[in-house]
Design a protein around this ligand. Structure first.
Ligand code: ADP
Ligand code: MG
Length: 388
């Protein structure tokens, strides 16, 4: 689950990471109240969306006087941002963060994430902050250091020395940097984050280190340990399919292609994506119906897959272990009839009660093709999507 910058900054503060004073507004009236309560003479206003690159996209504005704040807030609240990170549909900002401007001496990059290859949390740091880290990794990878740290969220002295060296921090600044990084590592572990990125972390003209921006993503599988974060979920920042799937407690992942996929189990989902690619197609999404789903839940999942406008063919690939193939067939047939679907559906069923499942599909009078194995099913789906 991604958090907004203002939500992340509240959490950073609890861990002792300095952030510039800020407030949040979802209307012009609230923006005026924030400006008054913080006694702002000037301000930085930033749209709150689950995507970076807001500065370049016009979503970060400076108000040089307090009188400029309402006008800028009016322009930014409701603004739709479209860039590589949002996809073509873009995301709409419902709120703005209003912050005291900081006199910037230098911008740094600092983040914590899980390195899956090394199976350890790592700190990623660079003295070149502010710009996109992906770009920096392409052009000057030597300017980025990766420092593995413990699952207790503690950095050791030698790790802090490495960090200070990379950042060019000396004396008092090295001490502040060490505190900042320690707090970041602790926050990352204790919130069960998958990413905590501060870009930029800035050195102010006054000699302080502050987090000017913050991106925090929490591992969905750990959310049950954080009831205090349940309010942070914002369905307006994900696709309507993802929001519907979350509501129905189904696992749904959106992608860029045109073949909708209904599967059972994450491993089979991966194999299905791979084989579609292998035969020259591209998945639009995948929905994992899970083990003990009812026919109603299967139908709901299928509705979600079909509501994605990109979908030109649907591949259903089920290996019924716990799941009964007849339940899948009933759910799919129900949703397909109700939606009067026009796209071709290809089904590959195996496992528990497969004969009954196939019989139901054949007797349904829907244009559903059944395949005997995964390779054939994927080829049929790719051909069907190409025909459109
Ligand atoms: P994004 O990464 O989405 O573009 P940031 O929050 O990083 O948004 O803001 C972009 C840039 O705007 C920062 O790199 C910084 O230069 C400037 N900026 C952001 N907040 C402040 C602030 N409170 N005071 C001064 N400059 C700021
Ligand atoms: Mg940023």
């Amino acid at each position: 689950m991604n958090l907004h910058e203002f939500q992340a900054k509240k959490i950073l503060r609890q861990f002792g990471i300095p952030v510039p004073e800020f407030g949040v507004a979802s209307s012009v009236e609230e923006a005026k109240q924030v400006a008054a309560s913080l006694h702002l003479k000037e301000a930085v206003l930033k749209i709150q969306v689950h995507a970076g690159g807001r500065g370049k996209a016009g979503g970060v504005k400076f108000a040089k006087t307090v009188e400029e704040i309402p006008g800028i807030a009016r322009a930014l609240i409701g603004m739709k941002m479209v860039n590589e990170q949002t996809g073509l549909a873009g995301v709409v900002a419902r709120q703005v963060l209003i912050s005291r401007p900081v006199d910037i001496e230098k911008e740094f990059y600092l983040s914590a994430l899980i390195d899956r290859n090394q199976a350890t949390p790592v700190l990623i740091a660079s003295a070149e902050g502010g710009m996109e880290i992906e770009e920096l990794a392409r052009t000057s990878p030597e300017k980025i250091v990766t420092i593995p740290f413990s699952f207790e969220g503690k950095l050791r002295s030698y790790q802090l020395l490495r960090l200070a060296k990379c950042m060019g921090w000396k004396g008092e600044l090295a001490k502040k940097g060490a505190q900042f990084a320690q707090a970041l590592a602790k926050c990352f572990i204790e919130t069960d984050a998958s990413l905590l990125e501060i870009n930029p972390c800035v050195l102010t003209k006054g000699g302080d280190l502050v987090a000017l921006d913050a991106k925090l993503a929490i591992d969905d599988n750990a959310l049950y340990r954080h009831p205090e974060l349940s309010d942070c979920y914002d369905p307006t920042q994900v696709s309507s399919q993802e929001a519907m799937a979350k509501e129905a407690d189904l696992a749904y992942i959106a992608m860029q292609g045109d073949i909708g996929c209904g599967v059972k189990g994450a491993g089979l989902a991966m194999a299905t994506m791979d084989i579609i690619q292998y035969f020259g197609g591209a998945p639009a999404n995948f929905l994992d119906v899970g083990g003990g789903a009812t026919k109603e839940k299967v139908a709901e999942g299928f509705r979600i897959v079909l509501s994605d406008q990109k979908v030109r063919a649907v591949l259903i690939n089920i290996f019924g272990g716990i799941m009964n193939c007849a339940t899948i067939a009933e759910g799919v047939i129900h949703a397909a009839k109700e939606q009067k679907i026009a796209v071709p559906i290809i089904v590959r069923l195996e496992g528990t009660n497969v004969e009954e499942g196939k019989r139901l599909f054949q007797g349904s009078h829907l244009k559903i093709q059944t395949a005997d194995d995964l390779a054939q099913a994927a080829q049929l789906a790719v051909q069907a999507a190409k025909r459109g």
